[in-house]
Write a protein that binds this ligand. Sequence first.
Ligand SMILES: [Zn+2]
Length: 194
Amino acid sequence: MPYPVVHVLFFMLCIGAVAVYAIFGSFFRREISHRNTMQIVLLLFVGGFCSLFPDIIIVYSLLANGTMEHCWVGSVPTHSLLFSASAILFGTVTGYAVYKNFKKAAYLGLFAEAAFLSHLLLDEVFDVGFFYLYPVYNGPIRVSSMLDISIRGAGVFDYLLASFLSVFFICLVLMMALFALNQFGFEFKYKPEK
Ligand SMILES: [Zn+2]
């Protein structure tokens, strides 16, 4: 499993590459005010913290049991879509506390969810899979292994379905981060030549 700093950097620099690109451009053009800086710090805080959320229970396990257990809270797997609701809640409550605006709070919740899911994407490269769909489906799913499915072994339909679902999941995480960042002023759009 990657170390915490890798999770934070992966989310900030890879999933949030558009923000890094925009911040550097605006910084050199001296377009960033104090208020903008506070918003960037807020995004860094929520994104960075939520990219560690699936492993956060390790703190409790260390204090309470002296173990490094971090994948379960009772019967609920921490690396699952169900547990990701806690990241959405954290982002939304933080967003509302700062902006006093439901729309902006929801966008920050979405950004927090993208950060949480980026943790799962990185973790599962080194794991056998996670209980993403708990409690609907109680088995491990590994999205990255679906990218490598054989057309001869699986058949055309399963091959196409697995390819679409795995790439769509990665695309979904990226799109969630892009959409949320766009709502906070980060733009990257096509400008047709005139
Ligand atoms: Zn993890």
